[in-house]
Design a protein around this ligand. Structure first.
Ligand SMILES: [Zn+2]
Length: 94
């Protein structure tokens, strides 16, 4: 099953389903185990990253908005729209 990487500080995320919403909670490693590929896609659309089965994943990746403090996966804050500075990651390209 896919493991999704929530933004820093986020412990749970709700996805829409046919019957309402389903709440996923992060496990001890900080990742969210998703048993439904559709839900995983929804989370991707929300900006969450998917952890690779191979190699280490770092739940600390992402951005913390300097304007409102919201933990966002993308540089552009999904709460207030502020464009945050890029976080440098060594050895990463593209
Ligand atoms: Zn913000």
């Amino acid at each position: 099953m896919p493991k999704m990487i929530p933004p820093t500080g986020l412990k749970e995320i709700a996805v829409k389903t046919e019957r309402g919403t389903k709440l996923y909670k992060a496990d001890r490693s900080g990742l969210i185990n998703v048993d439904n590929p559709k839900h995983a896609k929804q989370m991707k659309d929300e900006g969450l990253g998917q952890a690779s089965l191979q190699g280490a994943s770092d739940p600390k990746l992402g951005f913390t908005c300097i304007e409102c403090g919201f933990g966002s996966w993308f540089a552009k804050c999904s709460r207030c729209g502020h464009l945050n500075e890029r976080i440098e990651m060594d050895g990463s390209s593209g």
